[in-house]
Each structure stands twice: as structure tokens, then as C-alpha cells.
Unconditional design. Sequence first.
Lengths: 257, 482
Amino acid sequence: MREHKMALLEIKNLHASVAGREILRGIDLTVGTGELHAIMGPNGSGKSTLAQVLAGRDLYEVTGGQVLYDGKDLLSMPPEQRAQEGIFMAFQYPVEIPGVSNMYFLKAALNTIRKSRGLEELDAMDFLTMVKEKLALVEMDPAFLNRPVNAGFSGGEKKRNEIFQMAVLEPRLAILDETDSGLDIDALKIVANGVNGLRTPDRAMIVVTHYQRLLNYIVPDYVHVLADGRIVKSGDKNLALELEQTGYAGVEEAVTA
Amino acid sequence: MSTTATSIEELANQEYKWGFVTEIEADTIPKGLSEDVIRMISAKKNEPEFMLEWRLKSYRQWLTMEEPKWSTVRYPAIDYQDIVYYSAPKTKIDQLQSLDEVDPELLRTYAKLGIPLREQELLAGVAVDAVFDSVSVATTYKGKLAEMGIIFCSFSEAVQEHPELVQKYLGSVVPHSDNFFAALNSAVFSDGSFVYIPPGVRCPMELSTYFRINAKDTGQFERTLIIADAGAYVSYLEGCTAPMRDKNQLHAAVVELVALDNAQIKYSTVQNWYPGDKEGKGGIYNFVTKRGKCLGVNSKVSWTQVETGSAITWKYPSVLLMGDNSVGEFYSVALANNYQQADTGTKMIHIGKNTRSTIVSKGISAGHGQNAYRGMVKILRGASGARNYSQCDSLLLGDQCGAHTFPYLEVKNTSSQVEHEASTSKIGEDQIFYCRQRGIAAEDAVSMIVHGFCKEVFRELPMEFAVEAQKLLGISLEGSVG
């Protein structure tokens, strides 16, 4: 394998359980700046758990291992601090917040993050100018800014909203948790275009997906296969194609063998 | 669970900031209630005979009545002989010519409450009547309003200066025999605000009363009467606080609104009486009767309330829709936290033709709080074409609290239209985590979600009040857009 560029994220022997049941059983993964890693695997393999643990969801208990983000101990940070440090997760199931407009929500988020970095808060006018540009990236209408966060959105709109938020918050590490699930092909293309537009040399991405389909549009630098809480195989984009042919059955056998 | 629990606890544990006591010499009568006490109150206020008669009639009525037991609120029996019915700061308020003569200690008290009577007069477009325990201590902007024929003064002054108006309208909306607490108020009420807007006048500023209970063991029984003559408009705000005391204190107020032809009255309340401590000790018992009468055609009465305080809240601001095409509105946010109990709602009584009413109620329960919405929509036989829309939403924070909804409908006219919607939701951990993942701290997330829930009501509040209301709910609106 190629030598990683500067490591942004280093996961070492990570173990995590939910309600006493161990889901992650020793994950090792290094993600460098500018890289895009795809995490694939069958249902129940721990893909989403990994994403949620990295984001700081306290439903999961970390029982062992270490995660360094930019050299800092990630696991000791509360979720909002992780976000302020530049970690963004696109949710598999974006949450509705009735009565709170998208605009208000995002402005609060952005300004909290800016403040934590010692930057000046954006005023309403500057914010509006900036977000309008970002909306175009996911082909959304500005009217959408005044609608309550995710309330009454279609599945596709919710996922596009996640990518739009990512565009506004400009994370250093983006984790996309099954962003392709529930999308028809047109919506998938819009979302993928949005993601590709946000790939930069100083931003890393982890894309969690069950299907290879998404990776036709978002081409990964690395592909990892997760099974039973461990990474059982790593490779480049061809690994995803291979899996498309063989299915996950082969990799699961490899684990039990 | 931990995330939600922490942030909700933080929100719940905000200190009551208005709990201080003002040291001031007071003229306080002994505890207890009797005809003699009522005569004493009336004499202290130098009232005309008709007022004393009305008080005594109310008192005799009250003696025959029983405390209502139909609501969800539970509290130990109130000993009506253990309450002080009159307490006033020892200033010769009757002779006050200007604010310069108000006791500086009182001015300081209001400044501390964020109601600087002086600056208010100079800067903001709000005229204030400040009621301290049993009396009105100051009314600002009176002179300027008088030039337009608007009467804005303490109730006591109205009895002296405008007895004909008082006699005509007092008890015309809430009769002395209306209910137990209204009868008690009618017997012993000591002060309050009086407003009269002459025909065709649009009151150029917000009128407001700020009620403060200070003295110990004192009940507050104020009475507000607002009359908007034909084509008049007025927006009125009411705010209230009290010191933190271990013993429960009784507040039994009556508000009457009268809107004549084409007149509009908008009445907004931010109620922040001391709610008691975290174990449910102390706090104000708030038993209030508020009612508006759309007497004239095309008239409108609109109630907006944000009820965050009091150990017990028992109030149902209502509208009697008598004039054809008249409109009644009720927008409410009620918060019950710790051991607070709220039983609140409205009655919309449709009498005239094509009358319309809107009810939007938002109940928030946290801690061990119990929150009930109780509302009645009554459409009488003659009210053809009447319409009502009701929406009652409940939000639960945590799993120790409760929300209850009791809508009553009585429709006697087939051409009318009534709609009712209700929902109950819980602030989910999912919602809080979602916000935190976007960088927003948990307590700010709770505030944001609560604010979103209350938005439809907040936007009915006048600007100054909307800000205060949001602060009260622990909400920062910093940089709000859209």
C-alpha cells in the first residue's frame, strides 16, 4: 500500500459495545489528509457504529483502544468539541427539528464553530451570501433555508441537506454514514456531485456504505471491508468492484476461518 | 439518556433571579378576612359608596362558594384567614406629582427587575404602571397619553377620577359571582391598572403593568380593566415577579377587557411569579380569571401568554364573541418544571354571527412538572358561520413529567366549523445529538428545540416581550434570522 500523507485520523485497536454487546472488536485505520476511504460491509458488521463512535454518540461505550485526531485524543472530547475541531458526520437518518429554520440552525452551528476557533461570527448578510453559493452545489432552492430543519423533507432532500450542511461547515474530516441509502439514481448523482465538489487536498472523508453503487460516483482512494467488528480486507477501488461480484459471503468466511 | 438528562437538568436548574426582597416600610393590615377588613381597604382607598357595596356583595357571595376542584392542580388547603389582604409601601402615593417623588428604593427595585421606570419614560415606547404589593406606585407617560384622551392609570385613581366608567364596566365581563377566586378578588382587590381608549384612537405605545409581590404572607389581588371604545386599538403587556419565600403566596387577579365596535385589544402576559424551589417548596398560587368581551361588531380580543412561573397556574383567558364578525385569539406557552403545576387554556364562546376564534397552546413539561391544557369552544345557536381552529401541542423533557389535554366542544349551530389538532412529542436524544454533532452545546440545543416548539406563540408577542420570554425559557436568540 502507498504511504499515507500526513495522518489526520489514527484509529488503534478500537473496541466498542452497546448494551454490553461488543460491536467493534479491534479496528485499526489510518486516514490521511486529502484521502477518501470507503468502509463497506454487510449489515451488522459495525460500519455505522464506527461512524457514530467517531462522532461521539454516547449510546456506545468505548471499551478499548485509542483514536487520535490531528494528534489529539478524540475519545475524550464531547461531540460538540469534535465538531468544532472539524469533524462532520452526515447522518444516515437526519433528525427533524420542528420550528427551527435551516438557516437559523446552520448559522448557529457555523458561528459556534467559528467562535471556538477565534474567528469572527458571520452576520446575517454575509451568511446568506455564503450559503446561497453552497446551495447550488446540491441543487437546492434558497426557499429551503426558511423551512424547519428536515421537517417534512423527502428522503432525498434530507440527504442533500446533510451535504449542504457539510459544504457550509467545511469540515477537515467528513464521515458519511450510508448517505446513499434510500436515494434514487438522480438524487444519488446530485449527492455524489456535491461530495466530489467538496473533495480537497486538505480534507479527508470516510464514506460508509453497504453498496458499491455509490462508489461509481464517488471514487475512493481506499476501500476497507468490515466484518464482525474488524477490518478484514483493505484495498483500492477495485476491491469494491470485486465485492460487487462476490458479495460479502466470501469475506465473512475469511473471518470465521 | 445521559446527554438529555444533563442538559435538561441545567435548563431546569437555572436560578430564579428575581427572588430578592425590598426593605421598605409598609402599611400592612393584620391577617384575616372579614367585612371589617373590606371596609378598611375601601376606607384606605377613600372609595365611593358604590365600590364598598360591590365589595361587600362579592364577599357575601364568596362566603357561599367553594374552591373549584375540577382542575388537575393539587395543593394543601389554603387558610384564607392567614393571608394579609393589604400591604402598601408607606409613601403618600395619592399626592405623587412625578416620578421624583417615588421612593428611590422602589425605583431601584424596578430597575433591578429590568423595568427602569425613569429610562422607560425617556427611551422605550412603553408606558408602565408599576404595581407593588397592593398599590400602584408609578405610572409613566400618563400626561402624553392624556392629550389623546387615553386614560392609563391605577385602578384606585380611576375609581376617584372616572367613577362613571368604572361603575359601568366593572364586573361587566367577569361578574362578582363568576367563580370562587373572582368573587374573592372582587371583595378585596386593592389596585391594578385601568385603561380607556376613546373612539377612533390607536394607542401609540405599548401600555404595560409590572406586578411585583414583595411583602411576606401577602396575597396580591389586582384588577385590570381595559376598555377600547369604537374603532380603538391598544396593545397591553403584563409582567410579574415575586421574591423567593418558603411559604406559598396567593395571587388571585381578575382582568376584564371590553372591545366595542371595530375595536381591538391585544393583551400579552409574561408570568414569572416565583415557582417554588426544586423540591416544590414555596411559590405563588396563581388563580386568575381573565376574560375579554367582543361586545361590538368586527371587534377583536387577542390573548398571548407565556407562563413560566408560579407553583400553580390556574387560568383560562377567554373571549365572549358577542358582536357579529368578532375575533378571539389565544396563544399560550406554559412551562411546568420541577414540581410546578399548570392547568391553563381558554374558553371561546361564540354568540354572534361569523365569529372566529383561534387557539394555539404549547405546553412544556420538565422535571416532575404537570401541564394541562383545558379549553372550551362553545358555539351557540345564533352563531351561524362561526369558525374555530384549535391546536394543542405538548413537549416533554425527561420522563418524570406529564402532559394532559382536555378539549371541550359544544356546538349548537350546524353552519359552524370547528377544527382541533393535538400532538405530543419528546425532546429526543437524537435531536440533541444531531445539534451537538454540528457544534452546538447540549443546553443550547435544548433551548433551540424549545424555542422552535414555541415559535408560533412567540411571534405574537410584542418585540420587547418576545425577548424577555425567550430569555425566561433559557433561550439565546443571538443572531436570529428569519
